[in-house]
Design a protein around this ligand. Structure first.
Ligand code: CA
Ligand code: CA
Length: 155
């Protein structure tokens, strides 16, 4: 079956889906000073998702926001694993319960194989939360360029 040979990555990262993710980030950031990014790779290579996400958070320089309110959504697609981490500014306000609730939302979509819905709804919900604690200021700047980073090559 030709369809099955297509990687999950290709199925997920169509032009339309990429646009949906970037639109969701932009929409969220239009209401908050918080910064959201998404990183997607195929496999964890036996690492723990949270550890890998933490490593990437710093590799992608996501700690460089003035209010420490960057949030990274990390996905290891073929492993169906993911993690969501927020910098200390957001973490000390929302606490562990928020991340747990987010994980459940994402997980429910991923279990159905609906990765795009899982990602987009997580961005929307994180955006809502960021908005509560870090409303967008008039002079807001895009501290972390909106992007989906992809692949294992980022160490
Ligand atoms: Ca911003
Ligand atoms: Ca941004």
């Amino acid at each position: 079956m030709a369809f099955r040979k297509r990687s999950h990555m290709k199925q997920l990262l169509t032009k339309a889906n990429k646009a949906r993710i970037l639109d969701a980030i932009q929409q969220a950031e239009s209401e908050t000073s918080g910064e959201i990014r998404v990183h997607i790779e195929t496999t964890l290579k036996n690492r723990a998702a949270f550890e890998r996400a933490t490593e990437l958070f710093y590799t992608l320089n996501m700690q460089q926001t003035s209010q420490r309110n960057g949030v990274l959504l990390y996905i290891a697609l073929d492993d169906r694993q993911f993690a969501i981490i927020g910098d200390e500014g957001i973490h000390e306000r929302v606490g562990a319960a928020f991340w747990e609730a987010e994980k459940e939302t994402i997980s429910a979509h991923f279990k159905r194989g609906d990765f795009i819905e899982g990602i987009v709804s997580a961005i929307v919900q994180v955006g809502e939360k960021l908005k509560q604690y870090f409303p967008r200021q008039q002079e807001d700047i895009d501290e972390l360029r909106n992007e989906i980073s992809i692949g294992e090559t980022i160490k």
